[in-house]
Design a protein around this ligand. Structure first.
Ligand SMILES: Nc1ncnc2c1ncn2[C@@H]1O[C@H](COP(=O)(O)OP(=O)(O)O)[C@@H](O)[C@H]1O
Ligand SMILES: [Mg+2]
Length: 249
């Protein structure tokens, strides 16, 4: 089986800036849960953006789910590939005035026929059912009909997780999903991520600047330092001095 993520010799500069990423190589296998750690400005978000095709790489190649985004010939194929990937960001970007349930159903936007589906009873019934199921997974069934902005920050991030998982992606990419939450909600959110991905066999790549999250919720930790991979090892083997050096910029 091809790796879910393969990054080969990637370099990235923004315009004429110095290299933000330099000679990055990374292979992630099906079902792995990987934490990408590093100090502010180390290049974590840039690497994720290259992975999902939001930014082109300056050198080297990136493939996710066995395909290279930039070589997929049609827009339809590129959107199909994006649909197999779920995203969660630091800011959950829910529609504040819509219900929790309808926010989760929005996870189906962009799927083939979705422009019809939102008014078509058959697809919408199936989506509603899938969304309710996803809300059950994140322990928010009781809030399905609440307005999104009535929920706490941690609960809203759980809605964002349900929205990302509702169409059963093979890969989940999360950029600092716990960074805007208080420590206890942050832990809950990370625990949920890790548990659901393991149970559903989803490959997880998340960035974090919290070492405890990396240690507890990933199987493997990759550290970026000044745009280069500085260490890559099982989270159980991570030492305090690894972490000190990672964050010593
Ligand atoms: N769109 C952009 N244009 C120019 N520079 C950028 C852009 N995005 C990020 N950078 C720069 O790239 C570096 C790495 O940023 P980023 O990937 O966001 O790091 P991290 O997520 O590890 O904090 C920083 O110096 C940042 O200022
Ligand atoms: Mg970042």
């Amino acid at each position: 089986m091809p790796p879910i993520i393969k990054v080969t010799d990637v370099g990235k500069s923004y315009g004429r800036s110095a290299r933000i990423l330099d000679g990055v190589n990374l292979t992630v296998k099906q079902g792995e849960r990987v934490a990408l750690i590093g100090a502010n400005g180390a290049g974590k978000s840039t690497l994720l953006k290259c992975l999902i095709g939001l930014h082109p790489t300056s050198t080297g190649t990136v493939s996710t789910l066995g395909e290279r985004f930039e070589t997929l010939p049609s827009r339809a194929q590129r959107s199909r590939m994006r649909l197999e990937t779920g995203f969660v960001f630091q800011k959950h970007c829910l529609v504040a005035r819509r219900s929790v349930l309808s926010n989760v159903i929005h996870g189906f936007l962009g799927t083939p026929g979705s422009w019809r589906g939102f008014s078509h009873t058959t697809s919408s019934a199936a989506w509603r059912e899938a969304a309710l199921h996803a809300l059950e997974d994140v322990n928010l069934s009781d809030f399905a009909l609440h307005r999104a902005d009535e929920l706490s920050g941690g609960q809203q991030q759980r809605v964002a997780i349900a929205r990302a998982l509702v169409r059963q992606p093979r890969l989940l990419i999360a950029d600092e999903p716990a960074a805007s939450l208080d420590p206890s909600s942050g832990r809950d959110v990370m625990e949920l991520f890790s548990k659901l991905c393991k149970r559903q066999g989803i490959t997880l790549l998340f960035t974090s600047h919290d070492m405890q999250h990396a240690r507890s919720f990933a199987d493997r930790v990759v550290a970026l330092r000044k745009g280069r991979i500085f260490l890559d090892r099982p989270s159980a083997d991570l030492t305090n001095s690894d972490l000190e050096e990672t964050f010593d910029v």
